[in-house]
Design a protein around this ligand. Structure first.
Ligand SMILES: Cc1cc2nc3c(=O)[nH]c(=O)nc-3n(C[C@H](O)[C@H](O)[C@H](O)COP(=O)(O)OP(=O)(O)OC[C@H]3O[C@@H](n4cnc5c(N)ncnc54)[C@H](O)[C@@H]3O)c2cc1C
Length: 188
């Protein structure tokens, strides 16, 4: 009888780990999809987790897709905003700086939580984006997020470039281990 195949995304993720015995007999890591070096375009372990969860839930009725509230919208938006800053060039061209400035000008005009957007516009007017480098942009974004944290009664996060990079661009060993455990537990 043919062995059950490991889902593609999960196989890709497990193949990325040096010490994990992965696929079912006959499968090779060479079959996994190609990846690029940066975390944001990897077939990540988190994707593997979602793929495994989807496969597990395939037999049952899928949950409805519900509109995000301000918390979910906020969390995912911060993920995008911090990631854009983390991947910004160290020495951006004029064009890249203009693109970032335009994006940030448009963001509060389009942000679906209108009272969040109103406060954001005021905050950005008093502390305009610093877009001269990746470090400047990342630290400015962290400070902006802390400003919102303060407004909503959350504790500030220290704005340190190394910690920001670990959170938004270059996963620490601890992150990789945690994501691997998640992927493996979802596959069981
Ligand atoms: C532009 C914007 C404006 C918002 N305005 C409002 C508002 O006016 N009122 C309101 O109720 N909600 C607002 N929100 C939503 C709010 O900021 C949170 O996203 C929401 O409350 C969910 O919080 P959370 O605990 O999931 O963590 P989030 O605040 O969403 O943060 C996500 C993760 O980012 C990390 N993090 C936290 N602070 C920083 C930082 N300073 N730098 C880098 N990483 C950090 C933490 O690991 C955290 O788990 C806004 C969101 C956005 C994107």
């Amino acid at each position: 009888m043919r062995a059950k195949r490991t889902p593609l995304l999960l196989r890709a993720a497990l193949c990325a780990l040096p010490l994990v015995a992965t696929a079912a007999e006959g499968e090779t890591c060479a079959e996994a999809p190609r990846e690029c070096a940066e975390a944001a375009c990897k077939t990540s372990l988190t994707s593997a987790y979602f793929a495994a969860m989807l496969q597990r839930d395939a037999a049952s009725k899928p949950p409805p897709v519900c509109p995000p509230d301000r918390y979910r919208l906020g969390r995912y938006s911060w993920t995008l905003l911090h990631s854009i800053a983390a991947y910004y060039p160290d020495s951006p061209t004029d064009e890249q700086q203009q693109a970032a400035a335009q994006f940030l000008r448009a963001f509060p005009l389009l942000y679906p939580c209108k009272d969040c957007a109103h406060d954001l516009q005021i905050a950005m007017a008093s502390t305009p984006p610093r877009l001269g480098s990746r470090a400047e942009f990342s630290l400015w974004m962290c400070e902006l997020h802390n400003h919102v944290n303060e407004q909503v009664g959350k504790a500030p996060v220290p704005c340190d470039l190394r910690a920001l990079d670990e959170a938004w661009r270059t996963p620490s060993k601890e992150c990789e281990r945690a994501q691997a455990e998640l992927a493996i537990s979802a596959a069981q």
